[in-house]
Design a protein around this ligand. Sequence first.
Ligand SMILES: Nc1ncnc2c1ncn2[C@@H]1O[C@H](COP(=O)(O)OP(=O)(O)OP(=O)(O)O)[C@@H](O)[C@H]1O
Ligand SMILES: [Mg+2]
Length: 147
Amino acid sequence: MSVTRAPAHWACAPLKTSVPNARHQARREIESAGFVAPDSDAAYSIELAVTELVTNAVHAFANAASGRSVRPASLIDVCLRWTSASVVVEVTDELPGVPTMCPTSADDESGRGLALVALLGTWGVRPTPVGKTVWCEIPYEARGVAC
Ligand SMILES: Nc1ncnc2c1ncn2[C@@H]1O[C@H](COP(=O)(O)OP(=O)(O)OP(=O)(O)O)[C@@H](O)[C@H]1O
Ligand SMILES: [Mg+2]
């Protein structure tokens, strides 16, 4: 199956409310693209990756804003790119800091987001001129045709 759908792009303000908004937007894109079943593991994985990566960018903005090392108009860009066998979730910010998967202990209350993302697919970070893009490529199986 060839995929000709244009990437879905949207921008979020660096606010907590952007996290559920981005998740809803991802759900709308999943349903409108139709490449994966709405109740499939892949669909939930896409939502989870968007949730974790946007949450991280919102936190990074809050941390940078408290140290004033951030542009006030800074936005978070989310992109879903479909290929014939995977979807790439990309979250781009203009913020300092490097996403780093850290070891956690059973008592830690946080620090597991990127470990979760790593379970969903291959992930990585690439620099942009003013920040970075954190991406996760999630494989999916094309929806079967009933016979
Ligand atoms: N977009 C980002 N910009 C800057 N630093 C980031 C970004 N994303 C992640 N990090 C850094 O990587 C660390 C690990 O992220 P991770 O999502 O695994 O854990 P967490 O966000 O601290 O906790 P949790 O996701 O469990 O609530 C963060 O604490 C932060 O220091
Ligand atoms: Mg996190």
